[in-house]
Design a protein around this ligand. Structure first.
Ligand SMILES: CC(=O)CC(=O)SCCNC(=O)CCNC(=O)[C@H](O)C(C)(C)COP(=O)(O)OP(=O)(O)OC[C@H]1O[C@@H](n2cnc3c(N)ncnc32)[C@H](O)[C@@H]1OP(=O)(O)O
Ligand SMILES: NC(=O)C1=CN([C@@H]2O[C@H](COP(=O)(O)OP(=O)(O)OC[C@H]3O[C@@H](n4cnc5c(N)ncnc54)[C@H](OP(=O)(O)O)[C@@H]3O)[C@@H](O)[C@H]2O)C=CC1
Length: 291
């Protein structure tokens, strides 16, 4: 089946980036969220990122206009029913994702491919809660989506070869590169990246370094584009904690124990850039470390 229309569930930072890249590549996109404010914010972010691409001559003004015309937004999940591919990009909580699939399934065409952009949760388990485990896959974009080259493709135990090949083709059509990962907790990128971020939080918790010295050390000493704490704020501390919990529960190894300081920040509602405060405070002109 040729994929022409794409439904995206969840209009947070990943949902808006995913909608953006699909629209630029010629797909019709229907973007859904439970909150009108989130949809408005997503559209404004897409406008901003497309404008930036025009000013840097990555796309033309005509392409910008055409991409925007391909994106519609809705608060109603059934409006995604006629799409060829659905990408769930809602909050990293298994109960939220399962409820979305349950609500969506009665409205879907039988041939629609169902995917999750989850950072860590078992694809096999999510797929088992749907009526189409053979047409279900992990479709893991990286943040910021318009910039990052990689998409992880994760097959559940029941995923069939035509579904895998169809999504591989979609990744190529976006001008991105696919990496195939087996379905184990947090797949490849986050299995490696998130323990490093968690260790950076332990390094802060134990007083080995300040926020500034930890981030500068990794940027200047290991050539990372962002320090690990800056990156954690960028990803979202709630998402980082959720991924560490999946690693800890799924692999039953104490080396994945989430740092209590990470938990404390999440409990405070200091989730990073999206709430204007995390390891840095973003409310002023320049980010100020919070420790
Ligand atoms: C948690 C998970 O499940 C998986 C994950 O995604 S893990 C997170 C993976 N992501 C990373 O590790 C990102 C690390 N950081 C970086 O690579 C860089 O800091 C960055 C690309 C985000 C910004 O790079 P920079 O050099 O500091 O900034 P800048 O020069 O302004 O931007 C570089 C490009 O990114 C674009 N960009 C920057 N931030 C952006 C954003 N939030 N959204 C869209 N585009 C953005 C800019 O427009 C620019 O594009 P062009 O090259 O086309 O002109
Ligand atoms: N952040 C990152 O760097 C990356 C994240 N991911 C994954 O992508 C997914 C989304 O993450 P991210 O965009 O960062 O998260 P955000 O918190 O930015 O956005 C999540 C969005 O989903 C919405 N949402 C919650 N429940 C529902 C629902 N039932 N139906 C529709 N929308 C809903 C939220 O609304 P509200 O705010 O009202 O709750 C919010 O707008 C997660 O699975 C995450 O693990 C993958 C790669 C990178």
């Amino acid at each position: 089946m040729e994929i022409k229309t794409v439904g995206v569930v969840g209009a947070g930072q990943m949902g808006n980036g995913i909608a953006h890249v699909f629209a630029v590549s010629g797909y019709e996109v229907v973007l859904n969220d439970i909150d009108q404010g989130a949809l408005d914010k997503a559209l404004s972010q897409i406008h901003k990122n497309l404008d930036r691409q025009v000013s840097r001559e990555k796309i033309t003004e005509d392409e910008r206009r055409a991409a925007l015309a391909r994106i519609s937004t809705t608060l109603k999940l059934p409006d995604l029913g006629q799409t060829d591919l659905v990408i769930e990009a809602a909050t990293e909580r298994e109960t939220v994702k399962v409820a979305i699939f349950e609500d969506l399934l009665p409205h879907l065409k039988p041939e629609t491919i169902l995917t999750s952009n989850t950072s860590s949760i078992s694809i096999t388990r999510l797929a088992s809660r749907t009526d189409r485990p053979e047409k279900f896959m992990g479709f893991h974009f990286m943040n910021p989506v318009p910039v990052m080259q990689l998409v992880e493709l994760i097959r559940g135990i029941a995923t069939d070869q035509p579904t895998y090949e169809a999504l591989h083709k979609v990744v190529e059509s976006l001008g991105k590169t696919a990496a195939t990962a087996e379905d184990f907790p947090a797949f490849i990128v986050n299995r490696i990246l998130m323990p490093m971020i968690n260790e950076a939080v332990y390094t802060l918790y134990e007083g080995v370094g300040s926020v500034k010295s930890i981030d500068e050390s990794l940027k200047l000493g290991a050539n990372h584009p962002m320090g690990p704490l800056e990156l954690a704020d960028f990803i979202g501390l709630d998402t980082c904690l959720a991924i560490m919990n999946v690693l800890h529960d799924g692999l039953a190894d104490t080396k994945y124990r989430p740092c209590p300081l990470l938990t404390k920040y999440v409990e405070a509602g200091w989730l990073g850039r999206k709430t204007d405060r995390g390891f840095y405070d973003y409310r002023g002109d320049t980010p100020v470390p919070t420790r």
